[in-house]
Design a protein around this ligand. Structure first.
Ligand code: ADP
Ligand code: MG
Length: 538
């Protein structure tokens, strides 16, 4: 009896909320500095998701306020003009771990109904303060206000306060405030960098940031109204399946035969392919999917993963930025002298579609550094930590001979790498660096080379022009002298030498025209007039 009781206690299962709180460093809440950064990140990503997937041009406000200087409590507020949240759903969205609207196969920033809740749980446990949510769903005329805490043991929301008011004007969107124990002075650089890189990736967003230590806001104004196409929902590809997923698909299917089940539940599998595949691997195509044994499910999973007769995974679930937006984003934030971008065709690894995009920005306001400045993004989220462990760093620092492309270090060179996928292959649990998946590595390499070739063309043309300019300066400097010597020769007594009778001015003009013609033939864009003026000033 006593034994039974203690057994029950020992094996009490953790609630999902408790489990994640105990493992908070996995989700990026390991210390006050990282936690402050992560809180901003989670709220910003939710705000952008609420706009992006519904084709609303985002306007974001991000504010951090020091609310308790003795204890270093910071209030982080992020407000957006997204689709809002239906009021009955608010307590669960913010008070129940693993509750979310993104359990679908398509590219979003959030995924598992976890992010914001980690910030809320962390805040609750370090400061004892509830989360405040204000929201107006699309089409509603009400602003709903909630104060919520999480009952960690039960993984259920506790509503402390709830209000609503009618709005005079139509609007939509959400504002969320979380109070967390933070360390602004240590998180500051990362938070500014995160916002800057978000501004690069999302040039169609307006972002205002008000930091705790200055009343001066950082503002990034929207520079384009173009948005990437929103991702579509897709069925899983057989190569990306695992046993649990197959069980789940079987449990919800209404198909009466195995072949029907495959054709309906997966992409890339038609009825004919399904029948052929099942016969090839010795399964009866007409058996009921519900009569599969555990062993059968295991065997089917491994056959699905390796069969080569399916169509490759589709990329409609992805939402790449596209070359124009990458260029617009790099320009708005970095003011480079040269910028280019490449969006590769969709590709796949292990049944997961992905697209690699690369941008290169060079010169202008970009400071020169000893190493390339790498800006990494996964599904439009900037990745700031663990750079040296990332596959992109390996390529940028080792596989590319930048000198051959005209960039000699120290150089003002920024490389933007974006990977979008329904499953980004992160290295480890921190989700800050991407693993060396050969298919992805190859795409990144090719994309960087393609963009770097354009950089080379630009740099080499520029160098040539500079040489030509130096030469032109020499000619232009001596033209007046040459002209007056020629004029002496062209006095009436010397008419046979130069055709006769030209003045210094006329000779100068002739010679300048010769220089101009020559430059034009070389395709150089050097303005001889302004060169002359600049020489005269000196
Ligand atoms: P995830 O983003 O991984 O789904 P979160 O805990 O971050 O999980 O958010 C839970 C859910 O709350 C989201 O799936 C979304 O439905 C909703 N949500 C959170 N923030 C917003 C927001 N700013 N606007 C609209 N919906 C939101
Ligand atoms: Mg989220």
């Amino acid at each position: 009896m006593a034994m039974g009781k203690s057994m029950r206690e020992t094996f009490r299962s953790l609630s999902a909320a408790e489990f994640f709180y105990r493992n908070r460093e996995i989700a990026g809440f390991s210390n006050p500095s990282r936690a402050l950064y992560q809180t901003v990140r989670e709220l910003v990503e939710n705000a952008l998701d609420a706009c992006d997937s519904h084709e609303i041009l985002p306007s974001l406000y991000i504010g951090i306020k020091l609310v308790n200087p003795q204890k270093s409590f910071y209030k982080v507020t992020v407000s957006d003009n997204g689709i809002g949240i239906p009021p009955h759903y608010v307590p669960y969205a913010f008070g129940k771990v693993l509750f979310g609207s993104k359990y679908k196969l398509r590219q979003t920033r959030g995924m598992f109904g976890l992010g914001a809740k980690m910030a809320i749980l962390y805040g609750q446990l370090t400061t004892g303060k509830p989360v405040e949510v204000e929201t107006t769903p699309l089409g509603s005329r009400y602003r709903y206000y909630f104060k919520i805490m999480v009952d960690i043991k039960r993984n259920e929301p506790i509503i402390l306060e709830r209000k609503m008011r009618r709005l005079k004007k139509k609007s939509h969107g959400t504002a969320i405030s979380v109070v967390v124990e933070g360390d602004w002075s240590r998180a500051k650089n990362k938070i500014y960098e995160y916002i800057k890189r978000t501004a690069i990736a999302i040039p169609y967003a307006s972002i205002t940031f008000v930091p705790p230590d200055s009343s001066e806001a950082t503002v990034y104004k929207r520079v384009t109204n173009k948005m990437p196409p929103p991702p579509k929902e897709v069925k899983p590809h057989p190569h990306g399946i695992d046993i649990e997923m197959l069980k789940m698909l079987i449990s919800v299917t209404e198909a009466s035969t195995l072949k029907e089940f495959l054709a309906e539940s997966f992409q890339g599998v038609g009825p004919i392919t399904a029948e052929k595949f099942l016969r090839d691997i010795g399964f009866d195509p007409n058996m009921s999917p519900h009569s599969l044994t555990a062993k059968g499910i295991k065997a089917l999973t491994s056959e699905l993963k390796k069969y080569n007769g399916f169509k490759p995974p589709r990329a409609d679930a992805l939402s790449p930025l596209g070359e124009d937006l990458i260029i617009a984003g790099l320009k708005r934030v970095l003011n480079p002298e040269f910028v280019t971008a490449v969006t590769r065709k969709p590709s796949a690894y292990l049944g997961h579609p992905f697209i690699v995009e690369v941008g290169i920005a060079y010169g202008g306001k970009i400071p020169s550094t000893e190493e390339p400045q790498l800006y990494r993004f996964a599904n439009k989220i900037p990745l700031l930590y663990d750079e040296k462990a990332d596959v992109s760093w390996k390529i940028v620092s080792n596989a590319i001979d930048w000198k051959a492309y005209g960039a000699e270090f120290p150089a003002p060179l920024v490389i933007f790498v974006h990977i979008c996928s329904t499953k980004v292959p992160y290295k480890g649990v921190g989700k800050e660096s991407i693993a060396d998946v050969p298919e992805i590595e190859k795409e990144i390499k090719n994309a960087i080379r393609e963009a770097a070739r354009k950089l080379r063309t630009y740099i080499f043309r520029k160098r040539k022009e500079e040489e030509l300019k130096k030469k032109t300066i020499v000619y232009v400097k001596y033209i007046p002298e040459i002209a007056s010597s020629l004029a002496v020769l062209s006095k009436p007594s010397n008419t046979e030498i130069n055709g006769g009778g030209l003045t210094v001015k006329e000779l100068e003009k002739m010679l300048l025209n010769l220089v101009r013609e020559k430059l034009q033939k070389l395709g150089a864009s050097i303005n001889v007039e302004s060169l002359r003026r600049s020489i005269k000033i000196r």
